[in-house]
Design a protein around this ligand. Structure first.
Ligand code: ADP
Ligand code: MG
Length: 323
């Protein structure tokens, strides 16, 4: 209603552009074009729903991040939350507010990056909203997925004695951000973990199907903060061995990042999970390296042990808003 008067033609054109590009796939009975999308949730499954903001100046800067990478990272945030429950993504919804003077090419590239990633995960962009922003670009992504009834992997399932694992390597995204802050111009292709992070959907699904993980979370805020979330929700503590934490390598030639980035840096979108001691967790799942980094304890604090066997308390020092 009223859209003929308040929505400028450019926005109508944008929606029809997106509509033309967005494939409708399995699980989506009706996508863009009606008042609601209609999704099929497979028999015996539950719906997963997650929502994440990508705000200019908070999550990205136009002078640092190509529009296509902003679109990619925007959707990765949502897909990674689905991965963290062991779920299967079905559809994404994009609410996008763009300032009036924004070049059309920026928006086109943003949508291109987002849709390319959606295609690669067979996820449909099934709706959204479009508006003018009085400030910077605001993008909110909603992803809907599904999981077998009662089987979603929660943050609350870790028990004393469980082993703690991470996928991939950590700290690369935050270490790249530090380079950007220092004024370095970077080639996105040399820093994929920052500009084009991958949600670990297949790993999450494997862990769920094999019944391996007792608790799981995706590493969006940093290991120290996200492990604290698992420990708090599960009512347990953890002991982590510093030398076993896989530190990312970034740049060309590639250099390994300092441990501090792996401990506290956000935006890696790897998975952090726990598994009971008796379970055999493969050292590689769906092509991604899986590392054991410690175990869950009864004492409600997180201890970091260095290579000399000295113990420190590890406090959550990852990303937090409003601090
Ligand atoms: P309504 O007024 O009913 O919200 P809109 O004109 O905002 O309808 O949207 C028309 C259709 O286009 C809807 O299906 C909506 O989900 C979709 N849509 C609008 N903006 C976007 C966007 N940024 N990305 C994807 N789909 C969008
Ligand atoms: Mg609308």
């Amino acid at each position: 209603m009223y859209s003929w008067s308040i929505v400028p033609l450019a926005e109508k054109a944008l929606i029809s552009r997106i509509r033309g590009r967005a494939a409708r796939r399995r699980g989506v009975a009706a996508g863009i074009g009606d008042d609601c999308a209609i999704l099929e949730i497979p028999n015996g499954q539950q719906a997963l729903v997650t929502t994440d903001f990508s705000l200019e100046g908070v999550h990205f800067r136009r002078e640092w991040h190509p529009a296509e990478a902003v679109g990619h990272r925007c959707l990765t945030r949502g897909l990674s939350d689905i991965a963290a429950m062991g779920g299967n993504p079905i559809a994404a919804f994009l609410s996008l507010a763009v300032p009036p003077k924004m070049p059309q090419s920026w928006v086109n590239q943003f949508v291109k990056g987002l849709l390319r990633l959606a295609d690669s995960f067979h996820v449909s962009l099934a709706g959204g909203d479009t508006a003018q922003s009085p400030g910077g670009v605001l993008a909110d992504i909603v992803v809907v997925g599904s999981v077998p009834k009662g089987k979603a992997i929660r943050r609350s399932g870790a028990r004393p004695g469980d082993r703690v694992y991470v996928t991939g390597a950590l700290g690369g995204a935050a270490a790249t951000l530090k380079l950007l802050f220092s004024g370095r111009k970077l080639r996105p292709a040399d820093f994929p973990c920052h500009f084009h992070p991958t949600a670990r959907i297949e790993v999450g699904r494997f862990l769920l199907e094999k019944g391996l993980a007792s608790a799981m979370i995706d590493l969006s805020d940093g290991l120290s903060t996200d492990l604290t979330h698992i420990c708090e929700e599960s009512g347990v503590g953890a002991e982590i061995l510093a030398p076993t934490i896989p530190c990312a390598s970034i740049g060309k030639p590639a250099r390994e990042v300092e441990l501090q980035f792996a401990l506290h840096g956000g935006d890696d979108y790897e998975l952090l999970f726990t598994a009971p001691r008796g379970k055999r967790v493969p050292s590689r799942i769906a092509g991604v390296v899986v590392s054991q980094i410690g175990h869950i304890t009864r004492h409600k604090r997180i201890v970091l042990m260095n290579d000399q066997g000295v113990r420190f308390e590890l406090r959550p020092r990852g990303w937090e808003h409003f601090k």
